[in-house]
Design a protein around this ligand. Sequence first.
Ligand code: ZN
Ligand code: ZN
Length: 388
Amino acid sequence: MGNLRDFVADTLEINGAVIEPLEPDGLEVLAPEPVRKAMGWPELTRLGFGVERPVGAIPAGLEGDWLDRFGTLLGDRGRWTERQVAATGLPGNPERLLERALDLPNAVWRFQGVNATWTRCLLLSFRYTALSDEKREGLVWLGFNLGSGAALDDMLLRLRSQMELEPDWAAPEPAVRAAAGPSWSAAALETRVKPLLEHRIRTELEPFLHAMRRRLERDRNRVHAYHDDLRGDALKRLSVLSGAKGEKADADRKRETLRAAAIELEYHAKLDDLRRNYALGVTVEWVQALDLYMPVQRFDVAIRRRKGERSIQLDWHSLVRLAEPPLCDWGLGLSRTRLVCDEKLHLTEPEGQAPCASCGKTWCRACHPASCPHCRRASSSETRHERH
Ligand SMILES: [Zn+2]
Ligand SMILES: [Zn+2]
């Protein structure tokens, strides 16, 4: 619980409270008016974080509304921060490194050079809440190298855990800031963030959705079986009555026909209830942004396809000793495989050069984002990964 106690102590101090550590695992807080109001405390409060608490301490933990109340105290502080990271790792043999970093089934590459520089990586975290008959919450992290344009999906975890090992925060030096280059425009960032965020949350929620669909299926089968039995009984009684004559038989027939219709209505109403109960709502909220200034080894690579040639850059990150995936002109670019197009040598995910679903000819989705150039079929009807 040491981390939580430190966080609470820091947050309260920032807000003007006077803090004294109390053993075991507690804090004594002399709170100014705004803190008293936000937390609902008297002027002098004792907090306990462990199983054993100081005498007279309120138990504080991650449960209940504690985090919400501390969130109110924090406001927008800590939402965005920047940090320069020191690292001295050097890559090994460049050719061998590129062999692992690049997978270009329809093109060849040539190593042209490498130089040490700085880049700027943006790490963003989002909280999602999915609500249907049950609730699921979670946090996803996205990362982009703003210098090279690469998505940092795979190396994010390592990047974040490496940084936690480095307790010293350094603000970026002016020279580093200049070397790393500018940020992206809001529009450019949104273009990249939106599809990747959607993809990540969809992946995170897949087990939850799967379980939900199973419950829905089970309930639907149960509702169906129950009403099917009832309806079967009513139809059976009707068929027994079919040969009968007279007023009573007519009245019975009418009653059973009405009963069967009522069962049908009730069945559909129950299905509607299920649909409402299992309707899924997902909300996503941005939590934090971290601007990292990081040392990289920037590789210059020539990509050749037929008679065309194009130069790209690919960063090797000293902190995690990993090469990022190559840039991607179409698709999320999370894996390392890229196909290269004939027209403009775009690097795309393999689906970006896939045969048209309608005419069967291949075409580059980066060259022609809207529709197939051969048959004009709209591409939105066949792909989900396309960037807007
Ligand atoms: Zn086509
Ligand atoms: Zn192209």
